[in-house]
Design a binder for this molecule. Structure first.
Ligand SMILES: Nc1ncnc2c1ncn2[C@@H]1O[C@H](COP(=O)(O)OP(=O)(O)OP(=O)(O)O)[C@@H](O)[C@H]1O
Ligand SMILES: [Mg+2]
Length: 586
C-alpha cells in the first residue's frame, strides 16, 4: 500500500500538526522529513483532515510545509530470537550499535534493525506439512541463551492455517522464510523467524488468564514475608527522591525468581542508566553461572531524550515481556519511573490543549496507567503450559507526597504497595519500604496468621515509640518498653537488609521461613527484666548476635554456633510464650 502523505501546518514542541490527504489512523507511524532526515512520529489525534503527531526525536528544524509520510503501520516492535541481552531505546533501536553508527552523540533520524540479521539460529522444526496451526502455535524452536525460543505463528494471523512446507533443521537468519502456511482461502503466507506486533495492543494468544497466587520470590525479606508479590501480579514502589527505588529494582532484577527480566529505564538520569549498563554484564546469574545480561533486556530512555520516547519505551518493554510469556516463561518487567512517563503524558496533553485534570495530568491518565498494569498476568497457553508477566513500577511523587495523582492512580490497580519512606532512608534503614504504610493483597511464603502477629508487634512498637516521644522513657511502663524493644528488633534484623552484604543481600525463602520462626518465638516470649536498662542491654546484645547470624552462610558452623547462642540467651530469659503466640506457633 502506498502511504498517505501530509504537510506540516504547525509545530509545538515535540508535537506537529499535519494536514493529510487520504487515510490516517490513530497510533499510525509517520515520518516527518527534515532536510535529509526522517523523524519517527506517531499519530495521537485526528480531527478532520488535520492530525497531530508526537515526534520521538528533537523537533528542531521542522518547519511549516515540511512533508510527512504515513506508513499505514502502527507503532510496533520486532519479535524474534536475539532480543535477550539487548539494550534498546524506546523505539527498539539497539543503543550500542546506534552509538557506533551515529557517533557518541546520538543522532536523530537514525533507525536500525532491532534484531541482528547477521546472526544465524539453529532451527528445529516442530510441525510437518499438512498440520493445522493457529496464531502463536509453535512451528519450531531455536536455542537462545539458556532458553528454548519458540518460533511461533505470527500473532496477527487470525484464523486457521495449514502448513505447506517447513524448512528442515538447520541454521537460518531472521530474514529467511522458514515455513509457508496456507490460509482457508488457499493464500500462501510466508513465515520467518521474526515478525512485528503493535506495542499498544496487548498480546492475547492464550486460553485463559488465571488469578495470580504463587509468590514471586525476590529474596528481599520485607517483600517476600510481609508484602509479597505474586507471579503475574503487579506492584508499585513509590518513594521520594533518593529513597532507594532504583537500588531496590536492581536487587530485584538480580534475584527475583523469574526467567527473564526486562528493565524499562524511563526518564531516569543518564548517569544512573550508564551505571546499570556497565554493571549488568558483569553480574553473574547464579542459576546459570553466566552473565545476568543473557536473560535481561534493557529499554532505556534517559531524562535527556525526548519525552515522547518515554511512552514508547514503556509499551515496547511490556510487549517484549508478553512475547516471552508466550513461550511459557516467567517474565518480570520493572519500570523506573512511571512518573516520568506520566509527565510526558501531561506535556503532550498540554500541547493538545485538552481539558486538564488534577495537577494538569490528562483525565485519561488513570485509565492509561490501569491498562498498562493490566497487561501483567499469568496465563495458560494453548499447549497447556503457563507463562507470566509480573509488573513492578516505581513512582517518584514530588516531595514524597503519596496523595498526588500518579501514585493514587497506580494504587488503584496494583496488588501490592511498597511505599518507601524518607524517614527510613534518611536513617539509612534499607530497603526503606515502610513496614506500616505498605500492603499486599497476595499470599506470601509464610502463613499469614504468623505474619500478622509479627506485624502487630511492629504497629504496637511504633505506637509506644510515639508515646515515648511525648512522655519520655521514664513515663513508659516496662511492659510497653519491652514491646518497643521487640519491634525494634524485628526492624533491625528482619526488615532491614544490607544489599551490599554478600550473604544478607539476598535471602532464599527456606532461610526466611527458618529465621522468621526463631524471631516469632522471641516476639511471643514473656520476658522479665529488673529495669529498662537491663532490658535494653539484653536486646542490644541479642540484636548484634542476630545480625551476625544473618551475615553467616546458611547452615555453616558459624551459623549453627550463633543460633545456639541466641537460643540459649532467649531460653534463660524467657518465662514461656504468651497465649496468642502459643496458638500460632504450635
Ligand atoms: N537497599 C539499599 N542498601 C543500601 N543502600 C541503599 C539501598 N537503597 C538505596 N541505598 C542508598 O540510597 C541511594 C539512593 O538510592 P536510589 O538511587 O535507588 O534512589 P531513588 O529513589 O531511585 O532516587 P531518584 O528519585 O533520584 O531516582 C543509593 O545510592 C544508596 O547509597
Ligand atoms: Mg532512581
Amino acid at each position: 500500500m502506498i502511504g498517505t502523505k501530509g504537510i506540516v501546518t504547525a509545530v509545538n514542541g515535540n508535537m506537529v500538526s499535519v494536514r493529510f490527504d487520504g487515510d490516517v489512523s490513530m497510533n499510525e507511524v509517520g515520518y516527518v522529513k527534515v532536510a535529509d532526515k526522517r523523524l519517527k512520529s506517531e499519530v495521537i489525534r485526528i480531527r478532520g483532515e488535520i492530525s497531530q503527531l508526537q515526534v520521538f526525536e528533537i523537533t528542531k528544524g521542522i518547519s511549516i510545509g515540511d512533508e510527512v509520510e504515513f506508513t499505514g503501520d502502527m507503532l510496533s516492535v520486532e519479535l524474534g530470537p536475539g532480543l535477550l541481552g539487548q539494550v534498546y531505546d524506546g523505539l527498539q533501536n539497539p543503543l550500542p550499535q546506534l552509538a557506533q553508527a551515529a557517533g557518541y552523540f546520538l543522532e536523530r533520524g537514525v533507525y536500525l534493525d532491532a534484531l541482528p540479521v547477521s546472526n544465524t539460529w539453529q532451527f528445529t522444526p516442530k510441525v510437518k506439512p499438512g498440520d493445522k496451526v493457529e496464531r502463536a502455535d509453535t512451528l519450531g524452536t531455536v536455542p537462545e541463551g539458556s532458553f528454548t525460543h519458540r518460533i511461533m505463528v505470527p500473532f496477527n494471523l487470525y484464523g486457521s492455517y495449514t502448513v505447506s512446507w517447513v524448512k528442515e533443521a538447520g541454521t537460518y537468519n531472521i530474514r529467511e522464510t522458514i515455513a509457508e502456511l496456507k490460509d482457508e482461502k488457499g493464500n500462501a503466507v510466508p513465515v520467518k523467524l521474526s515478525f512485528r506486533w503493535p506495542v499498544k495492543r496487548a498480546i492475547d494468544c492464550y486460553e485463559e488468564r488465571l488469578k495470580p497466587t504463587e509468590p514471586m520470590v525476590t529474596r528481599v525479606r520485607l517483600i517476600d514475608t510481609f508484602f509479597p508479590v505474586a507471579r503475574g501480579g503487579t506492584y508499585c514502589i513509590p518513594g521520594p527522591f533518593g529513597a532507594g527505588k532504583t537500588v531496590l529494582q536492581q536487587i530485584t532484577s538480580r534475584f527475583a525468581d523469574v526467567d527473564i527480566v526486562i528493565v524499562a529505564a524511563c526518564g531516569e538520569r543518564a548517569g544512573e542508566v550508564v551505571e546499570t549498563l556497565k554493571e549488568f554484564p558483569e553480574l553473574k546469574d547464579e542459576r546459570t553461572g553466566r552473565s545476568l545480561m543473557e536473560r535481561t533486556i534493557i529499554i532505556c530512555n534517559t531524562s535527556s531524550m525526548p519525552v515522547a520516547a518515554r511512552e514508547a519505551s514503556v509499551y515496547t518493554a511490556v510487549t517484549l515481556a508478553e512475547y516471552y510469556r508466550q513461550m511459557g516463561l516467567n517474565v518480570l518487567l520493572l519500570a523506573d519511573s512511571t512518573s516520568r512517563w506520566a509527565q510526558a503524558m501531561r506535556e503532550m496533553s498540554g500541547r493538545l490543549e485538552e481539558i486538564p485534570g488534577e495537577e494538569a495530568f490528562p483525565a485519561y491518565m488513570e485509565s492509561t496507567i490501569a491498562s498498562f498494569y493490566e497487561r501483567a498476568g499469568i496465563v495458560r497457553l494453548r499447549d497447556g503450559s503457563f507463562g507470566s508477566v509480573t509488573i513492578g513500577g516505581t513512582v517518584s511523587p514530588a516531595g514524597g507526597n503519596f496523595e498526588e495523582p500518579v501514585t493514587q492512580a497506580t494504587l488503584k490497580v496494583v496488588g501490592a504497595f511498597h511505599g518507601l519512606s524518607r524517614e527510613r532512608s534518611d536513617a539509612r534503614k534499607f530497603p526503606a519500604i515502610h513496614p506500616l504504610d505498605s500492603w499486599s493483597k497476595y499470599k506470601g511464603i509464610i502463613d499469614s496468621e504468623k505474619v500478622a502477629y509479627a506485624h502487630g508487634f511492629m504497629r504496637r512498637s511504633s505506637e509506644v515509640e510515639q508515646m515515648m516521644k511525648v512522655v519520655g522513657e521514664e513515663g513508659t511502663s516496662i511492659e510497653d518498653y519491652i514491646i518497643f524493644l521487640k519491634g525494634d528488633l524485628i526492624d533491625a534484623v528482619y526488615f532491614q537488609q544490607n544489599s551490599f552484604d554478600e550473604v544478607d543481600a539476598a535471602v532464599k525463602p527456606e532461610r526466611q521461613k527458618y529465621v522468621f520462626a526463631k524471631l516469632l518465638f522471641i516476639l511471643g516470649s514473656k520476658f522479665t527484666f529488673a529495669d529498662k536498662n537491663e532490658a535494653r542491654s539484653w536486646f542490644n546484645k541479642l540484636r548484634q548476635k542476630f545480625l551476625d547470624y544473618n551475615g553467616s552462610q546458611w547452615k555453616s558452623d558459624r551459623f549453627d554456633k550463633l543460633e545456639s547462642e541466641i537460643e540459649s540467651a532467649v531460653k534463660s530469659q524467657s518465662q514461656g510464650l504468651d497465649k496468642t503466640a502459643e496458638k500460632i506457633i504450635y
